[in-house]
Design a protein around this ligand. Structure first.
Ligand SMILES: Cc1ncc(COP(=O)(O)O)c(C=O)c1O
Length: 386
């Protein structure tokens, strides 16, 4: 169907995709092309599917027992991919990245304390801070000719006011920015100087596209004392519904935080999630490499389609993720463009305002799909604004 080049991952036809019961395929009526929530349309990686089939074959659907397997699998992957040495014993299984961040914030922030985030950012960041009883302090990303980046001067001013924590998105959703080693070193210096704990959400780390290099925050000198990272296989191998993520620490003070998670968090991890995650991290790299080539191809394809059909839209092609943060301000403020694309074009994008007030006039497009669907979607978007 979609194997433009044999190396690229195939995507099933629309009729097959629409049978999926997940949020991406069940939120909108059947005439809408959903390019919304961060799920991918590719088939599962072979080793992941096999591990899940085998578990079902064993009727192995009880409670999770992450044991040492999850930590060892993540440590092996991080060493091979990023030269990052993780002590498997410093890995704590959690239900998902959201639960990991909320439990960390509950321990770090007293009611009403400020927690800094950098919009435009993954919408639940706002919710997680509030769920932990804290108050959101926004320090937006800066945008210039080089694209989106951390506003280190504004972060310094915010850190000086003594917030309880900063939740970093590395790589950044929706901007697709991979923060550089130099930016992260500067961030760590600020965190040390002002004693602000950094929680680094690195869920998109395996999704760094050709041309960019990921720096795990905990590999930055001095970071171990002030930072904790949360990772998962759920974005890169499309396992979000299976519920498994990992909190990683590298110094006793941070390990003590994870040690204080409520005892029952251990029972809230998905058993099939652990099985799939261990398979992904131990045997899923060849598939991941094909995925990244495929996503690089879709990013280039989208660039051409936007240039040709929707020249009024702006974007900085992402260095990571399969998300395009589209500047639609030429079509109006707020969510006007996104509403037009949905109502007239029957193409669903994520509304920019969900990512913070700075998302006014923007929309987020998920390009982890087939060339055909991107072709159809951009054609319909162009017609809707013609
Ligand atoms: C930056 C970021 N963090 C967390 C999540 C969600 O992770 P989880 O389902 O493990 O909570 C997403 C999902 O797209 C994301 O983009």
């Amino acid at each position: 169907m979609n194997a433009d080049v044999p190396m690229l991952l195939p995507v099933s036809p629309l009729g097959v995709l629409r049978k999926r019961r997940s949020a991406k395929w069940q939120t909108y009526p059947a005439d809408v092309l959903p390019l919304t929530v961060a799920e991918m349309d590719f088939d599962l990686a072979g080793p992941v599917a096999e591990a899940l089939h085998e578990a079902v074959g064993r009727s192995d659907a009880g409670y999770a027992m992450p044991g040492p397997d999850l930590g060892r699998a993540l440590a092996g992957f991080a060493a091979s991919r990023w030269d990052w040495e993780i002590d498997p014993a410093s890995v704590t299984a959690v239900t998902d990245v959201g639960v990991g961040v909320v439990e960390l914030l509950r321990l770090l922030a007293r009611p009403g304390d400020a927690v800094v985030i950098s919009p435009p950012v993954y919408p639940p960041f706002f919710d997680w801070v509030r769920e932990a009883g804290a108050r959101v302090l926004e320090v937006p990303l800066a945008h210039d000719a080089a694209g989106w980046r951390l506003d280190l001067a504004a972060l310094e001013a915010a850190f000086a006011a003594g917030p309880a924590a900063y939740v970093l998105c590395n790589p950044h959703n929706p901007a697709g920015r991979v923060h550089t080693a130099g930016e992260l070193a500067a961030l760590v210096r600020l965190a040390q100087a002002h004693q602000v704990t950094v929680i680094s959400d690195e869920i998109h780390a395996p999704l760094v596209l050709p041309g960019a290099t990921f720096t795990p925050l905990l590999t930055v000198p001095g970071a171990a004392e002030v930072a904790v990272s949360v990772l998962s296989a759920s974005k890169a191998w499309n396992l979000a519904g299976l519920k498994c993520a990992a909190v990683v620490t590298a110094a006793p003070r941070m390990a003590a935080l994870a040690g204080r998670f409520p005892p029952d968090t251990r029972w809230r991890v998905g058993h099939l999630g652990v099985i799939a995650t261990v398979a992904a991290f131990t045997a899923g790299e060849p598939w991941l490499d094909r995925l990244l080539v495929t996503l690089g191809h879709r990013r280039d394809l989208l660039a051409g389609l936007l240039r040709e059909r929707l020249p009024m839209l702006g974007w900085d092609p992402p260095e990571a993720t399969y998300l395009a943060w589209l500047d639609c301000t030429a079509l109006g403020p707020g969510n006007q463009a996104r509403d037009l694309f949905l109502e007239r074009g029957r193409v669903a994008l994520e509304p920019g305002l969900r990512f913070g007030a700075v998302g006014s006039g923007y929309a987020r497009l998920n390009f982890a799909t087939s060339s055909d669907i991107l072709d159809q979607a951009t054609a319909r978007m162009a017609t809707s604004v013609a």
